[in-house]
Design a protein around this ligand. Sequence first.
Ligand code: MSP
Length: 511
Amino acid sequence: MKQNSFYITTPIYYPSGQPHMGHAYSSILADVFARFMRADNKKVFFLTGTDEHGLKIQKASEKADLEPLIYCDKISQKFRDLAKKLNLSNDDFIRTTEKRHYKSVNDLWKRLIKSGDIYLSKYKGWYSVSDEAYYNDDEVVIKNGKKVSTFSGSTVEWVEEESFFFKLSSWEKKLLELYDRNNKFILPISRRNEVINFVKSGLKDLSVSRTSFTWGIKVPNNDKHVIYVWLDALTNYLSALNYPDTNDNLYKNFWPASVHVIGKDILRFHAIYWPAFLLAAGIEPPNRVFGHGWILSGDEKMSKSKGNILNPIEIIDAYGIDELRYYLMKEVSHGSDGSISLKSLENCINSDLANNYGNLCQRIFSFVKNNCQNKVNKSKNISEADKQLINQTNELTKNLRNEMSNQNLNNYIKSVINISFLTNKYINDEEPWKLKNNNIEKMNNILHLSLEQIAKISLLLSPIIPIASFKVLDALNIKNKSKNLSFLNGSNLLTDKIEIKQLDILFKKIA
Ligand code: MSP
């Protein structure tokens, strides 16, 4: 595994409708990991994009009465716009209708033919267009008179056609060995068990081409068939690194991927099919697949077909992007599903952002402005209370890198917001305002330490709420080259004599 580079991906989204909060969640989660690694001085490549082939998109374009590519141009742009609105720091945005992607899918297919892992036969079975997935008889039930998948609840249809197959069954043992060798290949752990049990129960060969529609990448040397959309889509992770040019710097620096962030509904494709395709093609599999839970509205997955979508754009316009990012990252427990509502969004903004971190910054910055002409000096006399705060902070920060490298973002946020809480408490207990007239040196020291704490908290929060934290870091006059996490190794951030700038209100309390 590469130590100093970090390749992270979001799923590439189906441009079959409006982007919604579930998409926003997946993307922000990946963005937070990418920003953290960048702040921790790693070389980062962060990819997102759109997944534009297959029957689902063909049908959506027919419904919109547009040519598939024109339809995709339009909707893909909405996802690009959403990426901006979410303040994603993606290094690239890939579309599976791009030339570079065709080249890479063609190469992968040819390798699988060459290795003897693809053969021609006939598919007979169930298919869900909405999931773009094949299901076995025992994965299908009748609900309200319709055949649906027990796994996703979506409607399935019977398909019988000539098809190329991938010899998935012969990769069972190698996959189990992979999960064993890299026991964090699938996180969270509960999902790992789910996948292992599924693989152990026996894998059937997978149909990897279709003949009954045309919107896809044609099978090389047999253009009656289009390549199964998941084999096509998963390959985007390679195409963005200029595969098949394995001498390309992007490929050399960033493959194998460090982590594919995905929702639990597409775990099987990423944790079983994808490594099997790669192993068969002689390409190293990724290091990790992180399967997050769903954003629920009430008890149901938020989705277009259910009509229960909270529109991220409207929420950002009403509450702000940092606010939404913080809320989703804090409130949704990353392994499990999480229900969201405007009420809990407002409570979260008030309690953590306005009353805790925002208030900490505001009270110290205005005190320093009103009483010290924005200048503060540190002294050599450290009090017991100072030492205690420093030790508590060290204790809370010592595991943060580990939390992030295991995608334990909830624990990370809890620790950081706790540092902010403890710093507010320290200020309440130390009462610097009472020292204005009789102990300027001690007052300065309390303020200096508080500002140092604010700098640390802001850097730690910067992957989650980049806009607000960078405002604070700029007001602290921290230079760009120091806006990173090297202080986690024990160094101080601020010089002994500092001058700060004015800081405007960061978060408005919601009444
Ligand atoms: N196109 C495939 C992914 C291909 S990756 C090679 C796809 N697209 S999607 O647009 O349907 O979903 C994209 C991601 O959004 C998935 O990870 C999915 O789990 C996530 N979400 C969609 N709805 C969701 C929620 N309600 N909650 C959280 N995430 C969910 O799947």
